[in-house]
Design a protein around this ligand. Structure first.
Ligand SMILES: [Zn+2]
Length: 254
């Protein structure tokens, strides 16, 4: 499932082949023909990622807004909804959750509703902690709330909390400012590594593993903890499967 790192990776990979070029925009599966017609022949001026949202800014104040959701892909099988063909690169977008032609004002509105994005260097996450103080859900739910932090999905939620030894059900309002700073720093490190690593998610630091195996994640999708050997618990939290080692991430006395 694409998380913020996938979208930033796509922006970095696609921008050099699209920006500055007039593109041919089509809808191979015919479901986005009028949208494609509004972009066809225009020049791409910028490709920008914010959290899980991707924006292609075209000449003439047209913006293609894309959110892949759970099923969307760049490329992928079957006929794409949109094909942007520049002279050096063709981008296919298949089964996105959101795909719309909007204007820059609408784009600003969407971005203003998103929380800080750990991958963007213009964010430092300091504004988030005061908002956690009034949050009435568990931290594992808050981390998936894109209006609070933009770009973290289910895999990174599990891994960031494990790395900080914090239980996903810990009430968000009890997280201290120092703990939040450490969580934010982990999010920055892990998500930026995901961008660098061609969009793959590898979160483990071998020094933190007592068990020798070739896993790429500490707890996400795992059966036992590489640090202490305890079984990993899985359960539903905010509609997505949470993973935790309840030995390393104790519930605490709340
Ligand atoms: Zn453990």
């Amino acid at each position: 499932v694409p998380e913020g790192h996938t979208i930033h990776r796509a922006a970095l990979d696609q921008a050099p082949g699209l920006v500055g070029w007039e593109v041919t925009a089509t809808s191979p599966n015919h479901l986005f023909q009028s949208g494609a017609a509004q972009l066809d022949g225009r020049r791409v001026e910028r490709v920008e990622a914010w959290g899980k949202h991707l924006f292609y800014l075209f000449s003439g104040s047209r913006v293609l807004h894309v959110h892949l959701g759970m099923d969307g892909r760049f490329g992928g099988r079957g006929l794409p909804l949109v094909r942007l063909a520049g002279s050096r690169l063709t981008v296919d977008i298949t089964r996105p959750k959101i795909c719309a032609v909007i204007d820059p004002i609408h784009m600003d509105r969407i971005v203003s509703r998103l929380g800080p994005d750990p991958i963007r260097t213009d964010d430092h996450g300091g504004s988030i902690w005061p908002r956690l103080q009034t949050h009435d859900g568990p931290l594992g739910m808050a981390l998936l709330d894109q209006t609070l932090v933009a770009g973290i999905g289910n895999v990174y939620r599990a891994e960031i909390l494990f790395a900080n030894r914090i239980h996903p059900e810990r009430p968000a309002a009890t997280v201290t400012e120092l703990e939040w700073q450490a969580i934010w720093d982990t999010a920055v490190r892990m998500l930026r590594a995901g961008v660098e690593d061609r969009g793959r998610i590898i979160t483990v630091d071998r020094r933190d593993m007592k068990v020798r195996d070739r896993r790429r994640t500490y707890v996400y999708g795992q059966r036992f903890c590489a640090h202490c050997g305890s079984p990993i618990r899985q359960w539903d939290l905010a509609g997505r499967v949470a993973y935790a080692c309840e030995t390393c991430q104790p519930r605490g006395a709340d």
